[in-house]
Design a protein around this ligand. Structure first.
Ligand code: GLU
Ligand code: ZN
Length: 463
């Protein structure tokens, strides 16, 4: 049997990282088993679905390098098929027309509420076979009354409900629109889905969906319900925790490979391995190692992974990811400088936002100097810097190593520690006291720019 799985997001909101993880687990399961990973956009809620959200789904999956097989399915295109399927069930006697009016049902719900019992449709229309002309009706499933439904879930293990708890759920509403329960089952069947892998908030739906499969006489897929993602406080991860959607993390400057590695480890493990490449993930992924309990999102861990993957990236490709994060347009010359400095820049940054801030040194002179610079801006320091300017101006070509030797000797001559001079230079070049090697920066930005920045510093602090 070829494994066929699907990711079925609804474009009714932004894509939550929990959904991204669902997509990833489905994809890994498919690729591990040489199966198919299909994409279905569940856009039947026309009021809340937007094209923009659909676009974001494609964008996010592309960003994460999660590719799908065959063209994607748009659920709303299958509505006629869903309606016909509901009528087939009526003909088979597995579903029935319910003529109860919304008012009638509402009154019964109110009554149940008053009596403090949970409302369930009373199955009034279940046994009447007569079709009433010109009266709107819903179609309800004749659910099994006796016995139990058990799911052998790939993650949750065996879960059982008493069928008596299940309602005669609506398959087709009286306005002619199919319900989610019906659409999802018909589409999964038509798409040949063998394994339904999704968030465990869908577990209760599964029992209802199994009844629909049975009513059609279709093969029931294997289910796997993965736990949701929680914030550090134990509540479901939401925007309130700072970031919850894939877009949020994209904007915060995380690399797709870090997000992907992080989400994989959140809920799945392979020994103590933390850094797991895509290739390894495809090779190792299975449901035996997916945990049952909800995972807590840990920003610090994500930061560490991101820092790791930034160092791993080749500089050209990191530069491409970095450019959109720069505060202003970057010229070709500036881009070339950033690339030259990238090896050092990427050692220090946790996110692309950090990296963009650090890379700013190759785009413009500091606009202001941090207060800490003052310590290296005394009269003594400013005098030393004036001599440093001379040394620099006397170079025909500036090379990091040579310049470092020159300034080191100069410090010795002056009976000063190198750090005193280097920190003053650093303050002048970047406006603060942390940066890559000042000699490297000087080599990259060149003589003129260096001298201009040193002069600016001297003027600023002499005033
Ligand atoms: N469209 C549903 C959702 O976004 C998922 C349906 C499913 O996976 O069965 O929650
Ligand atoms: Zn009824």
């Amino acid at each position: 049997m070829t494994v066929s799985v699907r990711f079925a997001p609804s474009p009714t909101g932004v894509l939550h990282v929990g959904s991204v993880r669902t997509a990833l687990f489905n994809w890994l399961f498919a690729r591990h088993n040489n199966g198919k990973f299909l994409l279905r956009i569940e856009d039947t809620d026309k009021l809340r679905s937007t094209d923009e959200n659909t676009r974001l789904i494609f964008e996010t999956l592309n960003w994460l390098n999660i590719d799908w097989d065959e063209g994607h399915v748009i659920q709303s295109m299958n509505i006629e098929r869903h309606k016909r399927a509901a009528l087939e069930l009526v003909e088979k006697g597995s579903a029935y027309r319910c003529y109860c009016t919304p008012e009638e049902l509402f009154t019964k719900k109110e009554q149940a509420l008053k009596e403090g019992v949970s409302y369930k449709y009373d199955k009034k229309c279940r046994d009447s076979q007569t079709e009433v002309a010109d009266r709107p009706y819903a179609i309800r499933l004749k659910s099994e009354v006796a016995w139990k439904t058990t799911v052998d879930d790939m993650v949750q293990g065996e879960v059982t409900v008493e069928n008596s708890q299940l309602d005669d759920l609506v398959l087709l509403r009286s306005d002619g629109t199919p319900t989610y329960m019906l659409s999802v089952v018909v589409d999964d069947h038509d798409m040949g889905i063998t394994h339904v892998i999704r968030g465990d908030d869908h577990l209760t739906n599964t029992f209802r969906q199994i009844q629909i499969y049975k009513a059609f006489g279709w093969k029931i897929p294997v289910f796997g319900h993965i736990p949701l993602i929680y914030g550090p406080d134990g509540a479901k991860l939401s925007k309130r925790h700072g970031a919850a959607s894939a877009q949020d993390y994209m904007k915060l400057g995380y690399l797709p490979e870090a997000i992907s590695n992080y989400l994989l480890r959140l809920g799945w493990s392979h020994g103590d391995d933390e850094i797991i490449t895509r290739t390894q993930a495809v090779e190792w992924f299975d449901f035996d190692s997916v945990g049952k309990s909800p995972a807590r999102f840990d920003m610090a861990k994500l930061d560490n992974l991101n820092a790791h993957y930034m160092k791993e990236r080749d500089n050209e490709s990191l530069l491409n990811s970095l450019i959109p994060f720069m505060q202003c347009d970057v010229s070709q010359l500036e881009t070339a400088r950033i690339l030259m400095g990238m090896d050092s820049l990427k050692q220090r940054a946790k996110t692309l936002v950090d990296l963009a801030n650090a890379a700013q040194i190759y785009v413009s002179a500091p606009v202001e100097f941090e207060e800490t610079c003052r310590k290296y801006a005394t009269e003594k320091h400013l005098c030393l810097l004036k001599e440093v300017i001379e040394i620099i101006e006397n170079q025909t070509e500036i090379k990091e190593k040579e310049l470092c030797d020159k300034i080191t000797n100069f410090a010795k001559e002056k009976g000063e520690k190198l750090v005193e001079i280097a920190q003053a230079i650093r303050g002048a070049l970047v406006g603060k006291l942390v940066s890559p090697s000042v000699f490297e920066i000087i080599e990259i930005i060149g003589k003129d720019d260096t001298v201009a920045r040193l002069n600016k510093y001297i003027n600023y602090f002499s005033a």
